[in-house]
Ligand binder design. Structure first.
Ligand SMILES: Nc1ncnc2c1ncn2[C@@H]1O[C@H](COP(=O)(O)OP(=O)(O)O)[C@@H](O)[C@H]1O
Ligand SMILES: [Mg+2]
Length: 233
């Protein structure tokens, strides 16, 4: 059995008379420690799949196994614990708390997790040793995304889920963030999933999942992932 098994997952959103099939019979597997890129057009179901994986949304039917546990059966406190301790989320627009410093944003996460890492060490690892007492408004977009990544990995999660993490950044800054995520996967031995619009960055991953019309239409295994700094797009 793989570390993550997404098995025949359906997700329907009902809006009055209309039913939207965001995911229909979607299947994919991910191994522990893999770096995975999910690509596909807007509306293909990428965010829905990531949210279901992270316990932020529920599947209409199907199985979602993470580390031997069926996430679709989790409820109440178990579901909160799963989201809090097992999942790190990174969003396009960082989602930082504006009136807390970088370090306080990270502490917000570590204070509620059992096996969390030292906020100072993690901030140093993402290159923000000298900026940790700054507020988000005093930081660039790239630096704010580094805080968000620090906040996610300081929880010491099983999975790091990133939804368009470079969507709001310029080319060079985006590239640095992808490099950080690649390093986080390699050196932190953490399973990392990155949703992107940009197929050009696919070679950075161990596995590329192509989404189309609510399905993982094609899955490629890449035996020789390229270091991000060597990819041009
Ligand atoms: N909360 C929601 N309510 C209704 N429809 C939704 C909701 N979230 C997503 N959808 C629809 O589900 C489909 C897949 O969306 P999404 O997973 O966000 O795609 P992607 O991330 O690939 O752009 C789209 O048609 C979208 O409009
Ligand atoms: Mg999306």
């Amino acid at each position: 059995m793989s570390y993550i098994e997404f098995e025949n997952v359906n997700k329907q959103y009902k809006m009055g008379e209309i039913t939207i099939d965001a995911l229909s019979k979607t299947n994919f597997q991910i191994e522990k420690g893999e770096l995975v890129v999910i690509v596909g057009p807007s509306g293909a179901g990428k965010t829905t799949a990531l949210n279901i994986l992270g316990g932020m949304d529920t599947a209409t039917s199907g199985k979602v196994i993470v580390d031997g546990k069926d996430v679709t059966t989790l409820k109440g406190k178990e579901l909160i614990k799963y989201r809090r301790e097992d999942i790190g989320f990174v969003f396009q627009f960082y989602n930082l708390v504006q009136n807390l410093t970088a370090k306080e944003n990270v502490e917000l996460a570590t204070q509620i997790c059992k096996d969390s890492l030292d906020p100072d060490k993690v901030l140093e690892k993402v290159g923000l040793k000298d900026r940790k007492n700054n507020f988000p408004s005093q930081l660039s977009g790239g630096e704010q995304q580094r805080v968000a990544i620090a906040r996610a990995i300081a929880k010491n999660p099983k999975l790091l889920l990133c939804d368009e993490p470079t969507g709001a950044l310029d080319y060079k800054t985006g590239k640095q963030i992808l490099k950080l995520l690649q390093n986080t996967c390699r050196k932190g031995n953490i399973t990392v999933l990155i949703i992107t619009h940009n197929t050009a960055i696919a070679p950075m991953a161990d596995k590329i999942i192509y989404f189309k019309n609510g399905k993982a239409e094609k899955i490629e295994i890449n035996q020789n992932p390229t270091p991000v700094e060597e990819i041009e797009w």
